[in-house]
Design a binder for this molecule. Structure first.
Ligand SMILES: [Zn+2]
Length: 59
């Protein structure tokens, strides 16, 4: 899963394991903050699918 980094100066988003030294948008150096993703919705979708399958089988 890719990590996202947000430039604290301009809000530019960079996707990757590590951000570039300099922000390509505003030129700020080391202004990155890691964007933490809560992938709860992903799990929920999976659970829904499993529930649907379970319903099919139980009928
Ligand atoms: Zn920037």
């Amino acid at each position: 899963m890719e990590t996202e980094w947000e430039c604290m100066d301009c809000g530019y988003l960079h996707e990757g394991k590590s951000p570039p030294h300099r922000c390509p948008d505003c030129g700020s150096v080391d202004a990155w903050e890691k964007v933490e993703y809560v992938d709860d919705w992903d799990d929920e979708e999976l659970e829904d699918e499993e529930e649907l399958q379970a319903e099919e089988y139980s009928d």
